[in-house]
Write a protein that binds this ligand. Structure first.
Ligand SMILES: [Zn+2]
Length: 216
């Protein structure tokens, strides 16, 4: 379903495509056997399978967005995975524990792989946290601005930080340092991807920063 994006460099251009063309789409020179400045590289997709990434904050398009594409404007839905790839996410009906549906999302690791004590307790933390009355629709109403999926994730992250003796993150810090940089990458990648789908190539003047930020 998803093809991988390849980048090659020719005549001072970055050329993004799904397969290496016979001729350079920019200057027309034959590419086969010719001197490419560097071997073509494939760009890593910014998307991951949320059910295969444990202890991550996950960002996905909202459930009512059927085509599940990030177009930069669709509402985002956030959740947190446990060590078994179950995604806990807060909705109007309370906390859902999804075993599927988060196959294509952006993940933000929340735990360093060497913090064994935290990993060992993660699933228990998640269960206990999710069972609190705050997230029970009978006790507390969902609010799309103030008490939503993101509040759930942020409160969870902060409760883990508190248990670790570390200070809490504000909504702004959390958004700006963890979510926005990744969403920017997604949006760049999506732009390039859709352009290739429509026009076969995406060609830009070679600029170190553009290439690296798309490719990271
Ligand atoms: Zn060329």
């Amino acid at each position: 379903m998803e093809r991988s994006v390849i980048r090659l460099i020719h005549c001072q251009k970055d050329i993004f495509c799904f397969s290496v063309p016979e001729e350079c789409p920019s200057c027309g020179e034959e590419l086969r056997g010719s001197r490419l400045q560097e071997a073509p590289v494939s760009l890593p997709s910014p998307f991951t399978n949320g059910h295969k990434s444990s202890c991550c904050l996950l960002v996905a398009p909202a459930h009512d967005n059927q085509n599940r594409e990030f177009d930069g404007t669709s509402d985002l839905h956030t959740g947190i995975s446990n060590t078994k790839g179950v995604v806990f996410n807060y909705t109007q009906d309370g906390v859902r524990r999804d075993q599927s549906g988060w196959e294509r999302c952006v993940s933000v690791p929340l735990v360093r792989p060497d913090t064994f004590h935290l990993l060992a307790q993660w699933d228990q933390y998640m269960d206990r946290f999710s069972d609190a009355p705050t997230w029970d629709p009978a006790w507390h109403r969902f609010d799309k601005d103030d008490h939503n999926c993101f509040s759930f994730c942020l409160r969870y992250v902060n409760s883990v930080l508190a248990a670790e003796g570390r200070s809490a993150l504000t909504r702004e810090t959390f958004t700006h340092s963890f979510i926005l940089p990744r969403m920017k990458r997604v949006s760049k990648y999506t732009t390039v991807y859709q352009h290739i789908q429509r026009h076969q190539y995406y060609v830009v003047d070679r600029q170190e920063d553009v290439t690296t930020s798309v490719g990271q």
